[in-house]
Design a protein around this ligand. Structure first.
Ligand code: F6P
Length: 361
């Protein structure tokens, strides 16, 4: 019978991490489990280990607070994804060190909260015989095998509020304003916030855009009396035959995206000099900060309880997942083998197109 459980969150933070940590501890303590929280993601499991006991007192009053009480990193010795998300084999000595460190302090099962990078590492450790349950987390919502990851809904709310604000100033000044949102290689945040926030154009990584068509669309809007336009751009979007705009990374970490909206406004200005008054806003990490919304808190709490249920049932190597109204378990291996991207038949794409939103092509 398992008694001592480790909790680890890795990768970029999301707003409801503390809600899931608190839910795991609260539901597990009552069932007789003890918890250890590893700090700074996988680094905390490697030597010198960074961890602390988590009891009911240590998780009191944290569910609505953003960030994570355990801290996190999205780089380091345990990196399982590099470049543009290619799988990296973690060296055997690192996996063995993690396993023996867990044994040394008597951790018999590990709940790993993360996106495809962190869970990719979890999968490699599980293959060494460590008892692991995964919990899906990322604002990007790009994890396969689950309807939703927690953090996504709050990020969409934040981006939507930003769009509402951008609309009023764009209208006052007759400007075309681009709002760049996160999401890596998946356009879910751009698509959902663009639809909710009334964007006139949405540019996604999944639909390479054509500069000439964008200019024609903006011209037509002007001709028909719309003096301002608001465009949501996903950070991973790229022009046809264009390159994805990056800010570095790659060497034992994933490529950092960001800045495509700078390139877009410079290119439009060059192709249609002085025709549009262009501005851009890059939302950046504000999308990951602050308090989680109600939907994300609820999902995080459901995942936390389900992770402890899965430990009781001995469902190791599995990840808790939302399917419709149910939380189920699915193999971690299936969740991390490829990203969940926006498809052209997605209901939000269809809806947006039918109300006149342009996708850049
Ligand atoms: O994966 C989550 C995410 O916020 C992406 O949307 C974004 O590209 C990346 O992390 C930013 O990473 P960092 O916090 O290292 O700048």
């Amino acid at each position: 019978m398992i008694k001592k459980i480790g909790i680890l969150n890795g990768g970029g933070d999301v707003q409801p991490l503390n809600a899931v940590i608190s839910s795991i501890v609260k539901s597990g303590v009552h069932r007789g489990f003890e918890f250890i929280g590893f700090e700074k993601g996988w680094e905390g499991v490697l030597s010198p280990m960074l961890y602390r006991p988590l009891d009911l007192k240590s998780v009191r009053g944290i569910s609505h607070v953003g960030g994570t009480i355990l801290g996190t990193v999205n780089k380091g010795r345990f990196t399982s994804k590099v470049g543009a998300g290619e799988t990296n084999n973690i060296p055997d000595e690192i996996l063995n060190e993690a396993k023996s460190n867990l044994d040394k302090i008597g951790v018999e099962a590990l709940i790993v909260i993360g996106g495809d990078g962190t869970l990719g590492g979890a999968l490699q450790l599980a293959q060494k015989g460590v008892n692991i349950i995964g919990v899906p987390k990322t604002i990007d919502n790009d994890l396969k095998s689950t309807d939703k990851t927690f953090g996504f809904s709050t990020a969409v709310d934040i981006a939507t509020e930003a769009l509402d604000r951008i609309h009023t100033t764009a209208t006052s000044h007759d400007r075309v304003i681009f709002v760049e949102v996160m999401g890596r290689h998946a356009g879910w945040i751009a698509l959902n916030s663009g639809l909710a926030g009334g964007a006139d154009m949405i540019l996604l990584p999944e639909i390479p855009f054509d500069y000439q068509k964008i200019i024609e669309f903006l011209r037509k809007r002007k001709e028909t009396g719309y003096r301002s336009s608001v465009v949501v751009v996903s950070e991973g979007a790229a022009a046809k035959q264009g390159l994805v705009t990056t800010m570095g990374g790659g060497d034992l970490q994933e490529v950092k995206l960001g800045g495509i909206s700078n390139t877009i406004i410079a290119t439009i200005d060059k192709m249609a000099p002085g025709e549009f008054e262009l501005r851009n806003t890059i939302l950046g990490h504000v999308q990951r900060g602050g308090s989680p919304n109600a939907e994300d808190r609820i999902l995080a709490k459901q995942y936390g309880v389900a992770a402890v249920d899965a430990i009781e049932k001995g469902e190791f190597g599995m990840m808790v997942s939302l399917r419709g109204d149910h939380i189920v378990t699915v193999p971690i291996a299936d969740a991390v083998d490829q990203l969940k991207l926006v498809t052209l038949d997605a209901i939000a794409v269809d809806t947006a197109k039918k109300i006149g939103v342009f996708f850049g092509d």
